[in-house]
Design a protein around this ligand. Sequence first.
Ligand code: PEP
Length: 251
Amino acid sequence: MRIPVIAGNWKMFKRAADALDLVKKLTPMVVGVDDVQVIVAPSFTVLPSVHGALSGTRISLSGQDCFWGEEGAFTGEVSPGMLIDAGCSHVIIGHSERRQHFGETDETVNKKIKAALQAGLIPIACIGETLQERESGDTLAVLERQLSFGLAGIPEEDAGCLIIAYEPVWAIGTGRTATDEQAQEVHAFVRGLLARIYHPGFADRLRILYGGSVKPDNIKGLMSCTDIDGALVGGASLSAESFASIVKFGK
Ligand code: PEP
């Protein structure tokens, strides 16, 4: 059985006071939800204080990115070990905004996933096609490339904890969500790819999240799809009310 995951990606929002305010509002709202794994991914600077505010709750903390080295002359980078120090158990890797604006490639995604796993972090590895790729019929080929390069050289015994997030780039922050059918079709394809890369039993256990304008009013439909195991939520995770309502999709 795959336990659903709802992860909030706060992106470059919420300075210290607002981050703590959000956590303080959110935590009582999701008390008692013990059949969903809840994760929040604030910016690097507020990780330790958010970690403190999450103490005693079931909410996990994630970084939004990491570097692939543990230490060295890499100005501006944050290593997996540093994220662990800050209280993280998870890290988002390969988000499309990093691919679009910061030169992230399948190769760097692969290095980061390996480094995160080695340090003991659970990667939330993002894949997804652009609008142009979808319109030219390349969606599945793009996902196959991103997934096979992203997971290259990662053995099954290390990959078992991975979380995959399928996020069509055209649906991120646009208010345009993939239909339940479009999302399910891709999720089933991704699970099939994972079965080919590893094996079917392994693929059946891995959680695959959907991301792209997930809101309280579309989460139920998405979660009713066989191969959708949760959501990576951007905009709607910035309000305690909307994020809590997404977390409580089954209630
Ligand atoms: C995201 O940041 O991963 C995301 C899916 O954003 P949004 O929910 O705002 O589309």
